[in-house]
Design a protein around this ligand. Structure first.
Ligand code: NAD
Ligand code: DAU
Length: 341
């Protein structure tokens, strides 16, 4: 089986490439990534010499490039992680979100339609459902919850989902979609809440908490997300959407305080700052479908997962310090420059 994983130099895609390369030595994993600011080949260092792994740099929204790649590689499956993923960046610069998240997805879908595929999997997000009120803890997102997006990011992801489902209905393309809650774990880019707070707390820098810090996110360890996608690829029903989440709701303030306690740093580092415009209040996933249909169960609860994650950041300072210093952007040229010259 030849599997193209797009966005495999990012946080979740990188963890997924690690997972697949190790678990399926007989499969060929081709990591297609543009290496935007969020792509970091240092994440793939531990597996880059495996015989069943290759990296290709390219843009999923570049039609000519994508079609030439499919013509040459004839992949059996595509798992699409590639995206602009940061809500705050979508508020300041929405256009690239349309290009990558929407047009990148339709370009991949057209290539799959043209060259044939046994499965196209779209990695989506719970943000397509909008948010839930804080005073209704009984409410959860199910696969039937109507789409109701808040940010340019979530709107672009919802749009992509609709194209994926339309290509199934109209062209019979064998697709699946997963919608996951907030991930955390190794290789998480330090612009997102958890790695940002860990890296800043370690440097004794102020921790910016948006608004009142009462917004709730439903945290899932990235390896549980990867296991879920693996299961959907191999056992999921074509044309279906699967929500992924582990019932680990925490307010942002609780998350930040947990990190400070674990690092033995004072709460006086916390600064309440101006809120994110359109800030979603609460996300919470009902994972009943994937649990009952595919037998998925998360291995981590938040308390053990966050402890391990903090330890990972303490033991892998080079990885995130290279990001903060900007050093990681030279990695591609260092590793591939001569080979590609
Ligand atoms: P990320 O920002 O860490 O990584 C995105 C990767 O995509 C990067 O390596 C980047 O270089 C690559 N990329 C961007 N534009 C590209 C393009 N035009 N062509 C090829 N590659 C391109 O993102 P992430 O947090 O790992 O998220 C991965 C996917 O999972 C996204 O689709 C996101 O919407 C979804 N998701 C994320 C979370 C989360 O908590 N992070 C939760 C649910 C769903
Ligand atoms: O729910 C899934 C989504 O989770 C994914 O689709 C997105 O790609 C991913 O980025 C994430 O979106 P969030 O907006 O929830 O993640 P972020 O880490 O940016 O923020 C988490 C919460 O923390 C959110 O309520 C905003 C808040 N926050 C964030 C930052 C960066 C702060 O209070 N301060 C900060 O500095």
């Amino acid at each position: 089986m030849k599997i193209i994983v797009t966005g495999g130099a990012g946080f979740i895609g990188g963890n997924f490439v690690h997972h697949m390369v190790k678990k399926y030595p007989e499969d060929e994993i081709l990591n297609l990534d543009l290496l935007t600011y969020a792509g970091n080949l240092e994440t793939l260092k531990p597996i880059e010499d495996r015989p069943n792994y290759r990296f290709v740099r390219g843009d999923i929204a570049d039609r000519e490039f994508v079609f030439a790649l499919f013509e040459k590689e004839k992949p059996d499956m595509v798992v699409n992680f590639a995206a602009e993923s940061h809500v705050d960046r979508s508020i300041t610069d929405p256009e690239v979100f349309v290009r990558t998240n929407v047009m990148g997805t339709t370009t991949l879908l057209d290539a799959c339609r043209t060259y044939g595929i046994s499965r196209y999997h779209q990695v989506s997000t719970d943000e397509v459902y909008g948010d839930l009120p804080l005073d209704r803890p009984d409410l959860f997102f199910t696969e039937e919850t109507p789409l109701h997006t808040s940010s340019p990011y979530s709107s672009s992801k919802a749009s992509a989902d609709l194209f994926v489902l339309a290509y199934h209905r109209t062209y019979g393309l064998p697709v699946t979609v997963s919608r996951c809650s907030n991930n955390y774990g190794p290789y998480h880019f330090p612009e997102k809440l958890i790695p940002l707070m860990i890296s800043r707390a370690l440097a004794d820098e102020p921790l910016p908490v948006y608004g009142d810090g009462a917004n709730v996110r439903d945290w899932l360890h990235v390896s549980d997300h990867c296991e879920a996608i693996d299961l959907i690829l191999h056992k999921g029903r074509v044309g279906e959407i699967y929500n992924i989440g582990g019932h680990n709701e925490r307010t942002n303030l609780e998350v930040v305080k947990t990190i400070l306690r674990a690092l033995d740093k004072p709460e006086s580092l916390i600064r309440f700052v101006k809120d994110r415009p359109g800030h979603d209040r609460r996300y919470a996933i009902d994972p009943t479908k994937i649990e009952t249909e595919l037998g998925w169960k998360p291995k981590y609860n938040f308390d053990t997962g966050i402890r391990q994650t903090i330890d990972w950041y303490l033991n892998n300072e080079d990885w995130w310090k290279h990001i903060i210093s900007g050093e990681y952007t030279g990695y591609f040229e260092k590793m591939y420059g001569e080979r590609l010259a």
